[in-house]
Design a protein around this ligand. Structure first.
Ligand SMILES: *Cc1c(COP(=O)(O)O)cnc(C)c1O
Length: 407
């Protein structure tokens, strides 16, 4: 039977192609050729979930009381643990009944928030580059996206002065994320104050993704949007357990902030899912209550890798700014080569996977993102392959034309 009539809905057609799909194809080819891949492409932490969290999950799974449908809005106990954590970390007092909502990972919530708050044709402000869910969610909801272009000269921080008055007037939501994936940039507290003033003036909902709340180094403490006076009136903040606690596969995150917005998302989700398996909520509570020494270990692991890779790339001619947070390095491509060509060539020549910056929007062109998700031995192996293949920043025209001719 001819199934040409069976086409997906228009909302799928608005999505830009996933650069990751092409990258996956190349990875499969490389593996087939017997290349030992070093995959620094994904934001998938390589460590194990802390043992106390695993133990709590095992015990909770043994209890039949946890086997039924969980409450839509998450267990009261997990919501209280979330709001206690906020009080402890940021000194922000939240109502566990109305201002906190557990999520099936923060990506789920970030995307569904757009479905709950965007009408087709609404204008949504999204930085470029950005974490893909920040623009793909609104696109699915039928939004028109305005790219707020980020620049290296002001540290990849949003410059509100570049947003035209007519755009600000029309905008309904601003998604943003500091410490940032993919740029690894951090923003000062004054930036958050500016964001709140901007959003209150133009009546824009602020959606802040604080995914890297705890992966910060050298004494730097990321700012919570909700610490800023007036933010609760116009903002929500998303968190995940995926990165801090090596729990990416468990699918647990949460949103906190303005109660009307949290309730709107909850209403939508009541129609879509049944929330998180209770046993996982118990495990997540254990994670949020781990002693700080655990955090210090995770931070030290990424900091060591960061310093090692920056040093090694430096020997190959790259000047990479030292990020104060996240698990990424944001590295400029050699002059004269686009980010897709560069990432694909690096993969073909060395078996090292890095993500082309334009996967995060056109503002990421000219850069690649390297995830610090391998130990220093493997990172050292990646560096020596770069050296052998002549992949250096100052290699000049010979390298660039060499890469180009490989397509
Ligand atoms: C990894 C990541 C997420 C996804 O988190 P999940 O809770 O695993 O869905 C969300 N936002 C940013 C910026 C990320 O880097």
């Amino acid at each position: 039977m001819n199934l040409d009539w069976l086409t997906p809905a228009d909302r799928l057609k608005t999505l830009p192609p996933y650069v990751f799909a092409r990258l996956d194809e190349l990875k499969v080819n490389a593996r087939r050729q017997g290349l030992d891949l070093i995959d620094l492409g994904m934001g998938n932490p390589d460590g194990a979930t802390p043992q106390p969290v695993v133990d709590a999950a095992i015990a909770a799974i043994q209890d039949p009381a946890n086997h039924g449908y969980p409450p839509f809005e998450g267990t009261a106990s997990f919501r209280r643990t979330i709001t206690n954590w906020y009080q402890r970390r940021y000194g922000v007092k939240l109502d566990p009944e109305a201002e906190a909502l557990p999520l099936l990972g923060s990506k789920e919530g970030l995307t569904h928030l757009a479905l709950a708050y965007v009408n087709p044709g609404d204008l949504v402000l999204v930085p470029s580059p950005a974490y893909p869910a920040h623009f793909r969610g609104p696109l699915i909801a039928g939004a028109e996206i305005y790219d707020v272009m980020l620049k290296p000269d002001n540290g990849w921080v949003i410059d509100f002065a570049t947003i035209p008055e007519a755009i600000a007037q029309r905008a309904k939501i601003l998604y943003f994320n500091y410490p940032s994936n993919p740029t690894a940039a951090t923003a000062p507290r004054e930036f958050f104050e500016e964001a709140v003033a901007f959003a209150r003036h133009y009546e824009i909902l602020l959606v802040h993704d604080l995914c890297y709340a705890e992966l910060a180094f050298d004494g730097y403490q990321p700012t919570s949007l909700l610490e800023i006076p007036g933010a609760m009136d116009i903002g929500v903040e998303f968190h995940t357990l995926s990165k801090t606690y090596n729990m990416a596969g468990w699918r647990v995150g949460f949103v906190v902030g303005n109660r009307q917005v949290v309730q709107g998302l909850r209403t939508l989700k009541t129609n879509l899912d049944y929330g998180i398996f209770r046993a996982l909520q118990t495990a997540a509570e254990t994670a949020l209550q781990l002693p700080d020494v655990y955090l210090h270990e995770v931070q030290a692991r990424y900091r060591t890798r960061r310093d090692f890779l920056i040093q090694g790339l430096g020997e190959l001619g790259w000047t990479v700014p030292k990020p104060q947070a996240t698990m990424y390095l944001w590295v400029s491509c050699p002059p004269g080569i686009g980010s897709t060509d560069f990432a694909f060539s690096v993969l073909e020549q060395t078996g090292v996977v890095v993500t082309p910056g334009n996967a995060f929007g056109k503002g990421g062109e000219g850069y690649v993102r390297i995830s610090l998700i391998a130990d220093c031995d493997r990172l050292g192996e990646a560096l020596s392959r770069f050296k052998q293949a002549g992949i250096t920043y100052h290699a000049g025209d010979a390298l660039v034309s060499g890469l180009r001719s490989k397509g």
